[in-house]
Write a protein that binds this ligand. Sequence first.
Ligand code: MV4
Length: 688
Amino acid sequence: MFSKILIANRGEIACRIIKTAKKMGILTVAVYSDADKDALHVHMADEAVYLGASPSRESYLVATKVIAAAKKTGAQAIHPGYGFLSENAAFCRACEQENITFIGPPVEAIEAMGSKSAAKNIMEKANVPLVPGYHGDDQNEHTLKQAADAMGYPVLLKATAGGGGKGMRQVWSEQEFSEGFAAAKREAMSSFGDDTMLVEKYLTQPRHVEIQVFCDNHQNAVYLFERDCSVQRRHQKVIEEAPAFSMSEFLRTKMGESAIKSAQAIGYQGAGTVEFLLDVDGSFYFMEMNTRLQVEHPVTEMISGQDLVEWQLRVAAGETLPKTQLELTINGHAFEARIYAEDPSNDFLPATGQLNLLKTPIESKHVRIDTGVRQGDEVSVFYDPMIAKLIVWDENREKALQRLAKALREYRINGVTTNIEFLYNLATTDAFKNADIDTGFIEKNHNAIFHQANDKQGNELFTKQLPIAALYLVLSLANKTKEQAALSNDPHSPWHITNAWRLNEPHSHSLILAYNDIEYAIIIEQKRQASASYYQITITGEGISTHTVDCQGEINGEKVTVTIDGHRSQSIISHNNNNISLYQEHGVFSFSQILPDHGQNQDDDNHGGLTAPMNGTMVSVLVTPGEQVTKDQPLVIMEAMKMEHTIKAPSDGVVDEIYFSTGDMVDGGTELLAFSSSLAQTENTEVK
Ligand code: MV4
């Protein structure tokens, strides 16, 4: 076994490999670029070698630098992870020439699988099932059209040089073939410089089911069952699961044995993945073989109990496979969700920023987090914007899915936009729960995932989500004020009452919440009937006439329990500054509270700040003269234009004087209180 290995990668996979190496007592060498000099994988490794500038082409992709680092540190083997140099035949050869073990397949296997058409030819000879079609050298249009006519429409034209979904064109009828063929060739020539085409039967609802295979250097080969990776967006996997739902033992064995045949056809060694298209009738067809450890390998580890990186190290060191096929069993069900710094509301554009809050679910035998970042790290533009892989396991699919939803609710990231809420909405759709999944899942369920107003959640927005969010804000303000009262020098002062009591007026709060960029004005009135108090919530906004809901509620930490029309429900709240996300059974609803600008953001020089935003009434005074306050602490609440406006401390400081009392009418622009900012140590700055 190796005593020291170099990991030629970064981020979560580098950290993941280091963890297993440490478990096995193997020393580790990390490599890093400028952007990664303080990265987690560098800190986890025993040694680290600087490669160069942040762009991968100047660092992680420079084979000579990586090999030089291995020689410099005496690493006997290099683990390439995935991506970067992991399927680079030249790099694999270079390692061998330097007597450094490449932890992966032989270079011949990498080369054999490098060309999609060559791979198909090899699999055809090995009697591995291929999608019915033609992928020969005769590129005469008539030849391909004859094949299409023979297999029946629809057919799929694919550029041999393409891949990952690029260079594919559907042809739905014989009449469309000629035009489709010409267009597909033009696109292939412009995209790949090669217009060689193949034509296949088009499977309209396929699933992407892949088999994990492992071969050692002693002619042993096993499959570690399947993963369903059909939930993809633009050929990027989003959520993967193992085992595939409704997979019979018969089909599992057939696909597993077919995958083994594929691997043996190319003299495979190490970890490999054979991707199949699984059709609705249970027939399956070879798509491609990946000669690296896949991103989604953890779901296989969770259901098989095997550490695939340990298997890789042992096989690369010449050992036999740790298990025989008969010793491998499936236990339970696992999901993996890929947490990305991207903005689903803006066509999933990658996002950058600083992870100034990174709170993860607690890890356990049910929850695993593979990540390469820590709180405070920057998500940079140089690399894939993956933040982490969230992997969950339980004894069956339903329980594992509940674990996934709960873990996503508990994942808190501020400072950079993420796809967490998109993942939560996807995982909590009925279609996903019912495993009604094929490669078109996201398109088919787009409205349910993105809560388009015309789906049923849209109607509940006014009867459920908005009232709950509004009530949460009022209740949390009351709780916060109680806490502050308890800490103040006069806890029982009437100034601390926030039930919006008014002389001869209903107790009402008002606020503005925006959802999907539409603003809703909400009035929350506290009422009493018989001995019970309740809230009457009135919503007005674009697309609705006034809508009133009577409800009762209570909050307990992040949980809000609300009873509306006799229906009591619970939601988990994520409240950060003015953003409130309401996690419910069927998705998450995110609102932003629109606070009027009182000019508090004006800089100190022109004394913006504690003035009345417009004519209105003093609703609550939350502080007392002489009280020490902190930045953004609510000081007074005013009502104007049926809206509630909370005036907050612009910085840490002291409230010197309060010019008005609850119920007073105030003209817009009038100074409400005198405030001395602790920022102005040398003088009392009266902030208007
Ligand atoms: C197909 C297909 C339907 N019929 N081939 C997409 C990328 C490449 N891996 C092969 N792909 C497909 N080939 C036939 N004859 C549908 C797809 C496909 C797909 C396959 C797996 C996972 C996601 C996909 C998304 C769109 C299309």
